[in-house]
Design a protein around this ligand. Structure first.
Ligand code: SF4
Length: 622
């Protein structure tokens, strides 16, 4: 096969990459869907973009490359520039990150996405955003818009930085301008929700004048898609939110709304009057309670009006957020669960009413069915059949590829001792985990990272571990900003010769999405299994998936936890030349019901002689 014909951007195609390109080409040539588990290092971005772009040019389609990571936007644009340079092709492509991150209004970074959407809507409707106002005048593009478009169109492959810089210079909204550019683009790089959120998707497709039937959708890091979609459709209300909304109403002197919110808070208190921490609650129980105080729909209308007025003053409005919750609560029963729970807070008890989406397929299935072809790819998309069922593919080609990295560069060990299982947690257990962990870390030359299921477990084990550990310890704090995260990583990297250990959490800032190539990371330890809390939501999920797929335990509990553990483990080997050890520390990894979740290509050794094995591995690979 001549890979130049498929616009491959590099001179050489690697073996497994070749198979991947051919498989993707086969899928799009026949309008089929494809789900691929393709480990790190295969060059997935180039392998997917090249044949899809070629097909889009030849058959007048558009490629929607969806990713949740900003770094991946840049990689995709750089790949497209390589394609253009190597093949002298003229085509347009644009990267469009989330609207909030494109916004030129100051201070919006402090807002949650839902708050930002409401804020942006309000300022546009009230004609209070100068950047939006400057895009069009009397339905015609302004001089500034035309100038920005002319400048951007000279670039062909347009990164987010390009759009922001040009739009800032001309005083126009980068999101609106990006949409205008996207009309002519062959490749659009965007976040999942541009396509998988029904309301946003309808608007997005209308603005860019494209139809899903002409779209080749590539979902990158697709293991994130189910939970990202579920989160999009979930909502929660807490007494804390109501308290803040009351302060807001008082501040702007909305006395009647203050009174209504106080009653809403009382109502939540009454509903929390039960034994235990949580229980299911029906839609009607809450709606009827609200109706006793005031008409539910009237309440939504009043709060919405006041929320908009507050946003004009201070961008963020808790009253507005409560409105969004009340609207969401009226949503569908099928595929959702409603729970009221109590948690001990720092100052007072937290009461939370949640409406949780359990079925991502409700939103992804119609998109997949309407698209020309949808391709899911990730390094942890195993088993592919789970993603096919969860996301609602009627049919799809499925493929699992081996890691392209030399097997001798990686030592993967299960230490069949200790457990973080809830019933087995004890000071003795933590002491033993800490001691084994210190032995492992002291045996690895250079830097290592350890990932725990939670901050609680990390902190308990850290006390024991720190006593025996001979390396400098870095502790990841929850909710690090991007800057703090980068600073911590840079400092950590500087210890590559003397050796340091980073203690983080599997679902924290470093468990996914960081690359520490070469000597920056020599070992990763995954402590325990990051299984979800066996709470009512998990129970509902297991029951729902059991009913729908006959696989509740696997799809609702076990596989998601395993994939998280494998994601963290994958931080160690990021390139062909990387050498390192990966350790799974928990006896459950050897149990057959759990062990079957490892992809078949993992050459795992179960041993208590781990120190000897690690030392031998590094002396052989010195
Ligand atoms: S219209 Fe554009 S610039 Fe104005 S608030 Fe919305 S995203 Fe920001």
């Amino acid at each position: 096969m001549n890979f130049d014909e498929l616009l491959f951007p590099h001179e050489n195609v690697r073996d497994i990459q070749e198979q991947l390109i051919l498989k993707i080409n086969e899928a799009i040539s026949s309008g089929k869907n494809l789900i691929v588990h393709a480990p790190t290092g295969l060059g997935k971005t180039a392998a997917a973009l090249a044949p899809c772009l070629k097909y889009a040019i030849d058959y007048d389609k558009v490629v929607l490359f969806l990713t949740s990571r900003h770094t991946q936007h840049k990689i995709a644009i750089d790949t497209l520039i390589d394609i253009k340079n190597r093949h002298d092709k003229t085509f347009s492509a644009i990267s469009i990150i989330g609207k909030k991150n494109l916004c030129l209004q100051p201070g919006v970074d402090k807002l949650y996405s839902s708050e930002f959407n409401e804020y942006c809507r309000a300022v546009r409707e009230d004609k209070k955003c100068e950047f939006f106002q400057n895009v069009k005048s009397k339905e015609k593009l302004t001089v500034d818009t035309k100038a920005a478009l002319a400048e951007l169109n000279t670039l062909n492959q347009i990164s987010t930085d390009d759009s922001m810089t040009v739009c800032k210079r001309h005083g126009v909204c980068p999101y609106e301008i990006s949409m205008l550019v996207a009309k002519k683009a062959k490749v659009i790089i965007g976040d999942y929700y541009y396509v998988f959120h029904p309301d946003i998707s309808a608007l997005f497709l209308k603005k860019i004048e494209k139809d899903l039937s002409d779209a080749i959708i590539i979902v990158d890091e697709a293991h994130n898609l189910p939970h990202r979609v579920k989160d999009l459709f979930s909502a929660r209300l807490s007494n804390l939110m109501i308290g803040r909304a009351i302060k807001e109403a008082k501040k702007y002197k909305y006395d009647q709304i203050t009174q209504v919110l106080v009653e809403l808070g009382n109502l939540l208190n009454q509903l929390s009057n039960f034994n235990g921490d949580e229980r299911y609650i029906s839609k009607d129980v809450f709606v009827d309670k609200v109706n006793e105080v005031m008409d539910y729909q009237e309440l939504i209308a009043d709060l919405s009006f006041v929320g908009d007025a507050v946003r004009e003053e201070q961008k963020q409005s808790y009253i507005g957020s409560i409105t969004s919750f009340l609207e969401a609560w009226l949503g569908s029963e099928e595929g959702f669960t409603r729970i009221i729970s109590k948690q001990e807070g720092l100052r007072e008890q937290m009461i939370i009413l949640s409406y949780r989406c359990m079925d991502p397929g409700l939103s992804t299935k119609p998109v997949i069915e309407a698209s020309y072809s949808t391709i899911l790819m990730s390094g942890t998309l195993s088993p592919t059949g789970m993603y096919r069922e969860l996301l609602g593919f009627a049919d799809a080609l499925e493929e699992t590829y081996q890691s392209p990295f030399p097997e001798q560069n990686r030592l993967s060990i299960i230490i069949p001792k200790t457990s973080t299982k809830y019933e087995l947690r004890s000071p003795e257990q933590f002491k033993e985990i800490g001691s084994i962990l210190a032995n492992v870390i002291n045996s690895i030359p250079g830097n290592s990272a350890v990932f725990f299921p939670s901050y609680y477990l990390r902190d308990r084990i850290y006390k024991e571990f720190n006593y025996d550990c001979k390396k400098t310890v870095f502790l990841e704090r929850p909710n690090l900003s991007k800057l703090e995260k980068d600073e911590l990583l840079e400092k950590f990297k500087s210890y590559k010769d003397s050796g340091a250990v980073l203690l983080g959490v599997i679902s924290g800032s470093f468990g996914e999405g960081i690359d520490l190539p070469g000597d920056f990371l020599k070992g990763v330890v995954v402590v325990g299994l990051p299984l979800s809390k066996p709470d009512l939501e998990t129970k509902a999920l297991i029951e729902y998936y059991d009913k729908k797929f006959g696989k509740g335990w696997d799809y609702g509990y076990l596989f998601p936890a395993f994939n998280k553990a494998l994601q963290s483990a994958g931080r160690c080997i990021r390139s062909e030349k990387d050498k390192g050890v990966i350790i799974f520390l928990d006896e459950r990894y050897t149990w057959s019901n759990y062990h079957r979740c490892f992809p078949p290509s993992w050459n795992l050794k179960t041993t208590m002689l781990y120190e000897k094995m690690i030392k031998k591995f590094f002396s052989n690979n010195a």
